[in-house]
Design a protein around this ligand. Structure first.
Ligand code: IMP
Length: 187
């Protein structure tokens, strides 16, 4: 049976045009700030791969990319803060100017863990760029140097963000209709 994912979206919070403009803006800022530095952009898999792919094409200086894959214990809608590294970085980051690229900052526990972990590897600098910040959810004080949009305290999908591994390919950020998840025990 054909399944049109867009039909599961309740409200569009960030449109394609908003995304495009914001990614351009962030890319310009990063290009300026790192113009004389050996920038390494680290995408957190899986969610950040869509944002990272767009963002690097708006960064107009020499740079490299690497990825780290993590999984949080607990369900996708309820992060526990205990993070497991599924795939570590390929490169040594000692002395590098590292920019962690994340899809969404929710409780902040994941980024808090990663910042601590990567700091211990002695990078020259370590900053965070999170495309989305969820309002009022942060349990640890973490403020990304670069961020795109703030969304209300609700579960969102699209532009790399999933629910049960689906919806990452939707080119907007939006909320899900109840019918898309009520059979999955989310409510
Ligand atoms: P945190 O540790 O609570 O900040 O959670 C961060 C991770 O949880 C993100 O990288 C996402 O993978 C996932 N996450 C948090 N909120 C959402 C959401 O609204 N939609 C999809 N994934 C989310």
């Amino acid at each position: 049976m054909e399944q049109i994912l867009a039909n599961d979206i309740d409200e569009v919070l960030v449109t394609r045009d908003d995304i495009r403009a914001k990614v351009e803006e962030l890319g310009a800022l990063i290009s300026k700030d790192y113009s004389d530095k050996n920038l390494l952009m680290v995408g957190i898999l899986r969610g950040a791969f869509v944002f990272l792919a767009d963002l690097i094409r708006e960064v107009h200086i020499a740079m490299e990319t690497d990825f780290i894959a993590i999984s949080s214990y607990g369900s996708s809608t309820n992060t526990s803060g205990v993070v497991r590294i599924l795939k570590d970085l390929d490169d040594d980051i000692e002395g590098r100017h590292v920019l962690i690229v994340e899809d969404i900052l929710d409780t902040g526990l994941t980024l808090n863990y990663l910042v601590k972990n990567l700091s211990s590897r002695r990078p020259a600098s370590l900053e965070v760029c999170s495309f989305i910040i969820k309002e009022g959810k942060q349990r640890v004080p973490i403020m990304p140097k670069y961020s795109g949009f703030t969304v209300p305290n609700t579960f969102v999908v699209g532009y790399g963000l999933d629910y049960a591994q689906k919806y990452r390919n939707i080119p907007i950020i939006g909320t899900l209709k109840r019918s898309a998840y009520e059979d999955d025990g989310l409510v």
